[in-house]
Design a binder for this molecule. Structure first.
Ligand SMILES: [Zn+2]
Ligand SMILES: [Zn+2]
Length: 245
């Protein structure tokens, strides 16, 4: 399998990338769980085990990603990228060194944090509460403009409504076959299908590059608006086929 950050072949023993050093950990393509040593396919659901990008909290804070990791005692509940839940848990953006600056043109969202699988992508991923206010949205779009491509790592199960809020420059969204629900439909960028960028910048279509077949995508829960945007040419679907080898 290839590195999700730089596409170099991973070391088959360690699942580390020999080129960029990114760490990967096996996750189930079907249910997203981390297998026990020795499992060849997932013993819960029978699906393939694939390497997903595994980052530390500090690494995520440094590149401007945040994560909500609810826990109680020794039990870790579903972990989300982004996240605005209050209550018990570990909110990564309270870490020293967290930067809200969207990092690079190509952003890879990990599917594990310190070996724990990340279930889904919540809202407030790169944005925080105030930036959702209509009066501030244009500034939010400008701040997020540098992001051209977002890669969702293998193992992630859900994208919520505001998962990619404000990513005005986005051209490619790379989605894994593990995805079950795609609730983000880019309404914040396309509204009624017209170009809504207040700064006069023409919003280019977004290509959803899906690592599965068209039949696989039919099983993913999506909004009807997403299909409307496909019809209007705002979103283009590209089916790469199953490529997890
Ligand atoms: Zn790499
Ligand atoms: Zn499974």
């Amino acid at each position: 399998m290839k590195c999700e950050v730089c596409s170099a072949p991973l070391d088959p023993e360690t699942l580390r990338c020999p080129v960029c050093g990114a760490r990967h950990t096996l996750v189930c393509m079907g249910c997203g769980r981390v297998p026990e040593p020795g499992e060849k396919v997932c013993r819960e659901c029978g699906e393939a085990l694939v390497p997903g990008l595994d980052m530390t909290r500090e690494e995520m804070a440094t590149v401007g990603q945040k994560c909500f990791m609810p826990y109680s005692g020794d039990r870790v509940y579903k972990i989300y990228l982004g996240g605005n839940l209050d209550g018990g848990g570990h909110v990564f953006h309270n870490l020293p060194g967290y930067t809200r600056t969207p990092p690079e043109e190509r952003v890879v969202l990990p599917s594990l944090v310190e070996g724990h699988p990340i279930y889904g992508i919540w809202n407030e991923y790169f944005c925080v509460g105030d930036e959702f206010m209509p009066a501030l949205q244009e500034a939010t779009y400008a701040r997020m403009m540098s992001i051209r491509e977002i890669v969702v790592s293998r193992g992630i199960q859900e994208c919520f409504t505001y998962a990619f809020f404000g990513c005005a420059g986005l051209e490619v969204l790379d989605l894994p076959r593990s995805l079950k629900r795609m609730m983000n439909d880019f309404y914040d960028l396309f509204m009624d299908g017209k170009e809504v960028m207040g700064n006069g910048v023409k919003k280019t279509p977004i290509t959803i590059r899906y690592h599965g077949t068209e039949e696989d995508w039919q099983k993913v829960a999506v909004t009807s608006r997403l299909w409307d945007y496909v019809d209007k040419g705002c979103i283009r679907m590209e089916y790469l086929g199953r490529d997890e080898g």
